[in-house]
Design a protein around this ligand. Sequence first.
Ligand code: MG
Length: 460
Amino acid sequence: MTIMTKLFGTTGVRKIYGTEFDVEMALKLGKSLGTYLKEGTVLIARDARTTGLMIADALSAGLLSTGVNVVRGGIIPTPTLALMTRELGYDAGLMVTASHNPPEYTGVKFWGADSMGLTQDVESKLEEIFHSEQYQVATWKKLGNESSNGTLVASHIERLLERCDVDKIRSKKYKVIVDPGNGAACVLTPYLMQELGCKVVTVNGQLDGHFPGRKSEPEKESLTDLIRLIENTGADLGIAHDGDSDRVVFVTETGEVIRGDRTIAFLAQEYLKTTASKTIVTTVDSSQVLDETVKKAGGETIRTPVGDIQVAIKIRDEDAAMGGEACGVFIFPEFHLAPEPFLAACKILEIMAKTDKSFGSLITNIPIYPLQKSKVPCANELKPKAMEKLSDVLPKAMGDVVEVLTVDGLGVFLKKGWVLVRPSGTEPIIRITCEAPEEEITQNILKQAKSIVEETMETL
Ligand code: MG
């Protein structure tokens, strides 16, 4: 067992069950959180993974042993857990999930009383307690109590309906195909759509931790069944989620899978019409189309490192209007600070209803810029040196540089297009991503950037 390796990744703990994470570690994590909190109540929920109940039980046992109370929420989406942790005044929320990772993975996402993911300094403190094994121990008289709450999803749906023009959407009687990917959204999205007067057809709609229907990550390649259903039934919209349902990908009435950053741009346009704040937050890997759309709508974008917590922190600090990630994360701070895929779905239907236009025709106003990716081998120990050198030579070599961003990897923004160079967190490679308004420019940027990265590698 790799006890001393780093426990927390980009979003909580996410590991392969059996070799990297087990029930004893979950017990210790529960004790660690209880020790950190000292008192109070923690909400625990899970997605449909086969390991979920056991890991949740162990976390609960650990917390109870420190004297902290536990409320069990069963199988619910991650955003429901985050929202209800804040709304019901709990001190923390634990979601047992490995998000969109394959079924052999398990893990825990930690949420604070403010509906935001835990920041790195709190994670470091938990990790310190975990490794020191200096836990708070309650006597038999002072143990925590465990209870359960089965109304969390219903409350979440109620809050969502308060935030959109329900009558307007209902009047349209939309046909919607929902693909929860056998994940936690099975218990929410189809019911929400019914409340909105939609005729709902679900695919991969039964909870199953083996993910029998498709890969948990919702993307074009894994959504072929959903796309076919849209085409065969003449549906108005397709909605697809990942395992714990903090992500959502939308599919148009013609079966086009829309990339998240385009959808953020689409929703940001609408939001900026009414919000006091004109700031939209996104990650370094989002399309320049987003910046351009936001600018046209009178706003500005701020970019953060990848990860929904990074986006949430920036939204909070900058008092931004909304934000999100290209992989299908949408955060609406007027509601809460966790990803909110369901409100994104409500808002799209609302805009469709108000304009009397299809999602496909509305989204054509947001252009698609060609994106190209490549990679260059780089040993893990050489990565810091390579990135240091590249931050010097790459901007100089590219020409027409408008802005250089180093919040996460090295982003060089040009008059037309951008290149992002990031060392992989898991593999011995450096990833290069390029985007420009035209295919040929994208190709040229990629060719140029790749040769500079390769040349730099030779000098190390
Ligand atoms: Mg997820």
